[in-house]
Design a protein around this ligand. Structure first.
Ligand code: RUB
Length: 322
């Protein structure tokens, strides 16, 4: 059976970053699975349905490699399809229900993090943020709407300038914002009270993978004794890191860094474009999740809580499924 056009469009938009941000791509993947189940018109048996869903799972899992929110969403929606009692209609219905559940949970988690995170912001503070994290922005928005007079430094976030989006979104909310080049972070750090960033993946040891440049910002904050907060829903915690799997860092086209002409004119210059980096837990003061604020070292407890105490079995089983 053909993959629905809308599903292919969602996968393409994640790949080309028209849809971006770890939370948004997770919800988009859940939506794609829901559409796939709703539009399935192949043979009426569970096995054919599972084979079809597995094809879609693969397409979605191959869009972008770093944010664990995406595979976590896919596995949440499609877990144990073969073991659902009843007819294949029940399996279909379960996929649709779980996708809706995930999307709802994810949107509510963002709101909760906004409320929890805003408690850490004091009236008059200056916050620095990086890239374009909807969850970090939710915190800033909540604090602002609570009446706290805050200012924000937003880094432009080369090479794709997601910081421009952040600056525009903050402006819309009414928060005074100053856009700075990424390289200006250390210079302005003396005027910053807190750093708040999002996350694509949180590892079991509390290391945070986020947009390239985050670890330099954390280093600079550490030097200036400025506290660093990471806003991350629990579905951004990576179960596979519990058994030592490494997070794959996406490496994008060098064209995003220097443009096509430069690459053509200087073919022997090696240009690299790693999209994410890893901030060690020592440089993070707290991770703000919808379950509360935790020290990064407690990430393993979140993983145990969310994925169960038999997490190792869970991972081995899930990894072998895809
Ligand atoms: C986006 C990025 C964001 C996280 C968190 O990178 O690094 O900080 O995804 O976003 P990209 P959110 O632009 O490459 O997707 O808080 O919205 O989930």
């Amino acid at each position: 059976m053909e993959i629905p056009v809308e599903v292919m469009r969602i996968a393409e938009e994640i790949k080309t970053m028209k849809l971006r941000g770890a939370g948004k791509i997770a919800r988009a993947a859940a939506k794609a699975l829901m559409i796939s189940a709703l539009e399935y018109n192949g043979p009426n048996d569970v096995n054919s349905f599972i084979t079809y869903m597995n094809r879609i799972k693969k397409i979605l899992l191959n869009t972008r490699p770093t944010a664990v929110s995406l595979p976590n969403a896919v596995l949440y929606v499609t877990r144990d399809l073969g073991r659902i009692p009843g007819s294949f209609e029940d399996a279909k219905r379960t996929v649709v229900e779980r996708a809706r559940e995930f999307i709802k949970y994810s949107l509510e988690a963002k709101k909760k993090i906004g409320v929890i995170g805003a408690k850490r912001i004091l009236d008059g503070e200056t916050i620095l943020t990086h890239c374009n994290s909807s969850v970090a922005i939710e915190i800033l928005k909540t604090a602002f709407l609570e009446g706290k007079k805050i200012r924000v430094y937003a880094t432009e976030t080369r090479p794709l300038f997601q910081g421009h989006l952040t600056a525009k979104q903050l402006l819309e909310i009414g928060i005074p914002v100053t856009l700075i080049p990424d390289a200006a972070v250390r210079l302005v750090m003396k005027n910053v009270d807190k750093v708040i960033v999002g996350a694509d993946t949180v590892a079991a040891n509390g290391a945070v993978v986020n947009k390239i440049g985050t670890s330099q910002i954390a280093l600079s904050a550490h030097e200036a004794r400025v506290r660093v907060f990471v806003a991350a829903e629990t579905f951004k915690f990576s179960p596979a890191t519990v058994i030592g799997e490494l997070v794959v860092i996406e490496e994008r086209s060098p064209i995003e860094v220097v443009g096509e002409d430069f690459l053509k004119n200087y073919p022997s210059i090696d240009v690299r474009n790693p999209s994410f980096d890893v901030t060690p837990p020592e440089y993070i003061d707290a991770i703000i999740t919808e379950r509360g604020l935790i020290p990064p070292q407690a990430s393993i407890l979140i993983l145990r809580e969310v994925f169960g105490w038999t997490i190792e079995d869970y991972i081995v089983e899930k990894l072998s499924e895809v």
